[in-house]
Design a protein around this ligand. Sequence first.
Ligand SMILES: [Mn+2]
Length: 400
Amino acid sequence: MKISTSAISYRANKMPYPQAKYFKDKLTSSKNVDIICHELTDKDAANSALAMDEYLKNQGINSRIILSQDLKALGLKINNSNIVQFEDFNPQKEKNTVLCVDFCASDRVPSKIYDYIKKADKLYGIDHHKGIDIVDGNYTYINSTINETLPLESVSSYYVDTTAKSASAIIYRFLEALGEDISNSQAYAIFSGLMSDCNKKGLVRCDGENGVIELKKEFVEDKNTYEIYQKLREKLTVKQMKEIAKSVDLISNLTPEEKKFKDSLKDRIVLSPNKKIAYVEITPDDKEWEDLGSDNPITSTILNRFRMDVINNKFQDEKLKDVVLALVFYKAGENYRISAHAKDNSLLKFFDYAKTKTTNSIHQSLGGHSERGGGKIASLDKDTCHKWVLDIISCSDFYD
Ligand SMILES: [Mn+2]
């Protein structure tokens, strides 16, 4: 990793002008640009892509957005004909410049897409995640807001600011550095992406029923994010802000089927023998899960809310009072996934413990943040998946 510690100090993480100019020059001298999002594309990734797509089109560039998600589940207002789903994408036929948004790890996309990224004519990226492994060597990686310094003239093809709360915010910093006039639709997209990631992290609470966004203390204290929030707000109408709150708070817009599924989860809870882990196992052949669209932003929001409710004992159930870890197992694409919420920032330590006891011949990954994370195994075989669930639950002795 090449990071110089001389030159300018910058706090509210503005993108240095030479970096923005570098992206501009490289991208606008390409004939075709494919903007690629991670698998199970979320609102942050999709909206980062939309804002960049609009920018590139304004510069006269042919750009496409390549993602993997139901557009309705993403709450996208437009059915952009330049959006291509992973499954419809034929990498053999193409050789374009690639811009990855909202991911920097190779396992965030299926191998077909990763092979395409590796073979791309030119590869660029903008992200805020840790664990970059998609490019070797030459990238910028920012991991602190305090007295962070970046060499003024240094530029990289991959720009990762892990202090940013969303990739959308970095797209804003890119346009800002170039002095671009941010359009209403770009502001709408960036604001949606920013709110969506911040809502997931509990930094804001989007209340769809009342159309309001409540900012938490940590959100306002994060100068970088708050500054972007304020600048975007100026560009949006009150009606648009309400609309965004509603579209981010997916839980307030559930269909009767989704509502039924959400309400049924409580009755499906199984406890580990020591009552420290509460989990729901949705088997890989679960028909209801499939009918709901499998893993998408709506179902993932339902599961997210459910796990938080368990951890915080919102169900006021005596049986759940000792629970420190809430897990859900479910099918996602070609993998069987686990998603988790833990108390006392214990999750990564639990995962480290579980990793040694749940390894088998199938590729397994477990990770995330100290309080929220997940993982997967590369199998949808019913017995294999069930065994994995039991193996993980058998690690509940970690909490004894
Ligand atoms: Mn993101």
